[in-house]
Design a protein around this ligand. Structure first.
Ligand SMILES: [Zn+2]
Length: 778
């Protein structure tokens, strides 16, 4: 192996000493880099713990300020604060009534571990993502890796710089694209706008490597690299990042000398859109110091000018850590952006892709409401001023390690973000000349006998819609598609109308439009080959009703219990009665759930959903959970075997704490798991919870399972769309007390409309009438 040696010297500068050629020398280098106390850096956090402090009053905030503990949050105030603190400081805080939970007993050990190569002795290119790396300084550094990519993939990759920092250091990236297509859209993804957020530096580099190494293997990657120009910048805040390696691991800002003894501007508060507003500070020592004016900082000027110089830039990703979030504009106001529908659609898709890899939950939403106001951030400026689809990620984790995310999580974190970054790169906003949005969603159910209307918004991007070309294509039972033009409503809004169809049909549809340049746009992109699908129904039947008035005998863990809630607990407390009747299932009927609770489940008995479709869960909810930022979790999952569970709802998806103050009807489509399954299990999860605030938890009443029916054919008791011998057999079975393929309420046909709670000779006569075409319920 060949590795350059980095020697840290006292002032925070570093020297590149040269190359080492032997394993023995390499070992010496490793030993040197691991030597404790070689530099003041190593001992800055000696004897300190990483802790969470809950600050509830101004008095407690003042106590925190006077404790000497280092607050790591960018806004010190009321709420949960992350701190680095000694035992004496923790004792001081606890003595003043603050709730302190120690997450990590030895902060310095974590910092040292992050700097200790795991890959010593291996190939520095292949092992690059086993470790964090300094910005430059030879083999194994980030800039070395970018150069290696360009050397190894010369036809697809090249290095570039967006300019130099105030100290004259180039801000480097790698550009990935092929020369197959010349005129193409571009994206820019960058990490470490905040210096201490090391995991963010790995995301652009890992993504670059994936694009390059898969280009010849994966046709979808090839298509992307042929048609999109990628600018990938691992370290935007170069000087701040270097400082985290040489002097202060937890440095956040750039290294501007503010002239008053303080250093650093928060460059993610220095952008020109909404500069000076909420969530930024005019105090030079603040972690969110916004600088003396919009774009006062060289770094933000460089990236701004890069956007201006590249009008083909269509998307950006500003990568931070931590708390596992997918964020979009605005950062400076609670108002939703005009393109909220689109941001939400892509954001939720990315969230779902991430969850599909290692099962981790990321919360998705606009910055202002999902984390906090952050005026002067990059996303607002690039979106408002450049029309760029602007997202920000907060990477792993949710607070256990925070900025000190261990290096063994670099690859797992990248593995789960990769499909999300690909999805963003492949989005219509980036790639299509125009795009379509559906403000009310795309329906997956159509009502019998009624045409289905769908609102469509068509937005010009790099192209212009040719009037009269927008259309919906539909078919009901295979065969050829019919085409119906969209009706203009107002501005960029159109109405698609799909005609009425009958029970048992399988509607498929997609949308197309043309630009004035004769480019064809299709949504979904695959058009007829990958259409939207829907089911046809007349209404919903209640299949199962569990009123909770007697003990259903479900399986409980922890403090799950059936009984009468006591009205105890904090925030909006528990109820004192059920939604109907007195009893409910609740997590801790006598008050709040506890801190640091692992997930505890309430699991139902199995329900028979054979021959049911469009299965829906409906229940009454009174829930209190601190689910914002994934602090505490409350979930609902469904299973068809009691072993494999599919999440269908998560409180953290709401982007906020849930704090019900009344019984609330909650309905969830569980058809993808439950349709036509003989054993359907439901479970409600409480936890995991963290060490901060607690809420009253779950209260559940009146659980119902509904299924869609298509009963326009009276006598179609098994809901297959036709009245035939199987319906007659079903009624005869029911008459004999056997309910295998049909439920009692299905075969109880008369008297109309809902039967008489008995399957008798009149029901048999009714199904025979229906079979011969007579009207059973005229
Ligand atoms: Zn950040």
């Amino acid at each position: 192996m060949k590795r350059s040696r980095i020697v840290f010297i006292g002032t925070g500068a570093f020297l590149l000493v040269g190359s080492l050629a032997t394993a023995a020398q390499s070992g010496a280098e490793t030993a040197e880099r691991r030597t404790p106390a070689a530099h003041a850096y190593q001992n800055r956090y000696a004897g300190q713990r990483l802790a969470r402090v809950v600050v509830k009053t101004d008095e407690q905030r003042r106590a925190l300020e006077s404790s000497g503990a280092t607050v790591l949050n960018c806004h010190a105030g009321i709420g949960r604060m992350r701190v680095a603190a000694t035992d004496a400081q923790i004792e001081f805080l606890r003595g003043r009534g603050l709730d302190v939970v120690v997450n990590q007993p030895d902060l310095q050990a974590l910092i040292d571990a992050q700097r200790t190569p795991r890959a010593a002795g291996g190939d520095p290119f292949d092992d690059f993502f086993l470790d964090y790396h300094p910005y430059d300084g030879g083999t194994g550094s980030i800039t070395w890796y970018l150069n290696e990519l360009a050397v190894r993939y010369p036809t697809l990759a090249s290095t570039f710089t967006i300019g130099n920092t105030p100290a004259g250091r180039p801000i480097r990236g790698v550009r990935v694209t092929s020369s197959v297509v010349t005129d193409k859209p571009a994206v820019v993804y960058f990490g470490a706008e905040h210096a201490r957020e090391w995991i963010g530096t790995t995301i652009p580099a890992y993504f670059a490597h994936h694009l390059l190494s898969q280009y010849a293997i994966d046709p979808e990657i090839q298509d992307l690299v042929d048609n999109v120009e990628f600018f990938l910048i691992p370290v935007f805040n170069v000087e701040g990042y270097e400082y985290t390696w040489t002097d202060e691991r937890l440095w956040r800002k750039n290294r501007r000398d503010n002239g008053d003894g303080t250093f650093g501007v928060d460059i993610n508060r220095n952008w020109g859109e909404g500069w000076g507003g909420e969530g930024s500070s005019g105090v030079t020592s603040s972690l969110t110091y916004r600088g003396t004016g919009p774009f006062s900082e060289i770094e933000t000027q460089r990236l701004r000018d890069f956007f201006i110089a590249h009008p083909n830039l269509r998307a950006q990703l500003d990568i931070h850590s931590f708390t596992q979030l997918i964020l979009w504009p605005y950062a400076s106001t609670p108002l939703l952006p005009p393109d909220q529908t689109y941001y939400d659609q892509v954001g939720k898709a990315m969230k779902s892709l991430i969850a599909g890899v290692h099962g981790l939950t990321y919360t998705a939403g606009p910055i202002y409401t999902t984390i906090y106001p952050a005026a002067g951030g990059s996303v607002d400026w690039t979106y408002v001023q450049r029309g760029v689809l602007s997202y920000s990620y907060e990477c792993r984790d949710t607070g256990e390690f925070g900025f000190e995310l261990p290096a063994d999580q670099i690859i797992p974190n990248n593995e789960e973000l990769l499909p999300a970054v690909l999805h963003l790169s492949d989005s219509d906003w980036v790639r299509a000349p125009i795009r379509m949005e559906y403000p009310d969603g795309v329906p997956n159910r159509m009502m019998v006998g009624d045409p289905t209307e769908i609102d469509v918004r068509i937005v010009n991007q790099t192209g212009t819609l040719e009037p009269g070309t927008a259309a919906v294509h539909y078919r009901f039972d295979g065969g050829l598609y019919s085409i119906a033009p969209l009706t203009p409503v107002a501005g960029d809004l159109y109405l698609a109308t799909i005609p009425a169809t009958s029970c048992g049909s399988s509607p498929e549809f997609y949308f197309t439009a043309e630009t004035t340049d004769l480019e064809l746009y299709s949504n979904p992109r695959g058009g007829a080959a990958e259409p939207y699908t829907a089911m046809v129904l007349l209404g919903m039947n209640v299949v199962v009703a569990e009123p909770m008035s007697s003990d259903p005998g479900w399986t409980t863990e922890g403090q799950w219990a059936w009984g009468i809630p006591t009205g105890a607990g904090t925030q909006n407390h528990d109820p004192t009665v059920g939604a109907t009747g007195s009893q409910v299932y609740g997590y801790n009927l006598a008050g709040n759930y506890p801190n640091n609770l692992p997930a505890r489940y309430l699991t139902s008995t199995p329900f028979d959903c054979t021959a049911r479709f469009g299965v829906t869960l409906r229940y009454q909810r009174w829930l209190g959970v601190e689910s914002n930022s994934n602090f505490d979790q409350a979930t609902i999952e469904v299973s068809s075997n009691g072993v494999n569970w599919t999440p269908v709802w998560s409180a953290s998806d709401t982007g906020d704490a849930v704090s019900d103050s009344a019984w609330t009807l909650h309905e969830l489509d569980i058809s993808s798991v439950a349709d036509n399954q003989p054993t359907v299990y439901l479970r409600w999860g409480m936890g995991p919870t963290d060490g901060g605030l607690t809420y009253p938890g779950w209260n559940i009443d009146d659980v119902e399972i509904l299924s869609a029916y298509c009963g326009n054919l009276e006598g179609d008791v098994n809901h297959d769309g036709t009245v035939d011998i199987f319906d007659i057999l079903c009624v005869l079975d029911g008459f004999a007390g056997v309910f295998v393929t049909c439920a009692p309420e299905d075969v109880d046909l008369v008297p109309c409309p809902d039967g008489d709670a008995a399957v008798d000779i009149f029901d048999i006569l009714a199904v025979l009438d229906a079979f011969s075409g007579d009207d059973v319920c005229p």
